[in-house]
Ligand binder design. Structure first.
Ligand code: SAM
Length: 255
């Protein structure tokens, strides 16, 4: 099985260079991932190979012209769904990466300048944003989506467990803290439980740590999953997080 991704961009080399390295480079060599990069300028029909024009109604900057993008989307190498990259799209999440990793592939369209003529947006199956900030172009967004997706594609990571256990993968909680050697560093010790050899206890402690970290750092994720359950409250009491529980608003405790 191969995950087939097509990218439409005016900077093919930005995409190609990154794809050569690390996890994605290995996945490509092993034919698990096949990325086709389409140079938007090759779909132009004027000698200057124009891809941008001024907005009707005035305003700053230039817009991506619709025709070259629409011609690129008609290329047989385009795999659906077609995804326009835009700060105005739905925010990309781990669940989207998982969904895309289970499809045959997808196409990412990178904007530049002040963004797309609205008819490009209409022609896309969907619009995705990688967060509430504005980049100069869609290429970094495309690479982030390809990387997040490809590493969930079966066979890309050596150890499938690692993707299953990390942040956002289970239960909308962040990952637990992890330690490697040395056991003591400038007086900071690795928690005793991790040296105990008691796997049940290690798992229990890790679950409690995932709750604690998420409550402290991303309470919005706790809200999104509807708070924490009585069993989870009990677990946090057991590890002495009473103060944290007291600071939580009541709704988060009523899952
Ligand atoms: N004028 C646009 C707006 O206010 O929404 C921003 C255009 S941005 C400077 C140029 C291109 O970068 C966009 O068309 C899009 O492809 C890409 N881009 C910028 N921020 C992005 C984000 N957060 N997520 C996905 N793509 C983004």
């Amino acid at each position: 099985m191969t995950l087939r991704v097509t990218v439409v961009t005016i900077f093919p080399q930005l995409i190609e260079q990154y794809l050569d390295a690390s996890v994605l480079g290995r996945a490509t060599q092993r034919s698990l991932l096949e990325v086709t990069v389409l140079d938007l300028r090759s779909y132009t029909d004027d000698p200057r190979r124009s891809i941008d024009d001024a907005p009707y109604g005035g305003g700053p900057g230039m817009l991506m012209m619709p025709e070259p993008v629409l011609r690129a989307l008609a290329d047989p190498r385009v795999v659906r769904p077609t995804i326009g990259l835009s700060p105005a799209g739905a925010t990309f999440r781990q669940a989207d990466a998982l969904e895309l990793s289970q499809a045959d592939g997808f196409t990412l369209i990178c904007g530049r300048y002040e963004g797309f003529d609205a008819r490009i947006e209409d022609a896309c199956d969907r619009l995705i944003s990688i967060g509430d900030f504005v980049l100069a172009g869609g290429e970094l967004a495309a690479l982030m989506i390809i990387e997040a997706t490809a590493r969930l594609f079966t066979g890309v990571l050596g150890n499938e467990e690692s993707a299953r256990e990390e942040s956002f993968a289970l239960d909308q909680l962040l990952e637990y803290p992890q330690y490697t050697r040395p056991r003591v560093l400038d007086g900071h010790e690795v928690p005793e439980v991790l040296l105990s050899g008691n796997h049940e206890e290690v798992n229990r402690w890790r679950y409690a740590q995932r709750l604690v970290r998420t409550l402290q750092r991303r309470p919005d994720l706790i809200d999104a999953r509807g708070g924490i359950s009585p069993q989870e409250v009990e677990l946090l009491h057991r590890y002495g997080y009473d103060e944290l529980l007291q600071t939580m608003n009541k709704e988060r405790l009523e899952r």
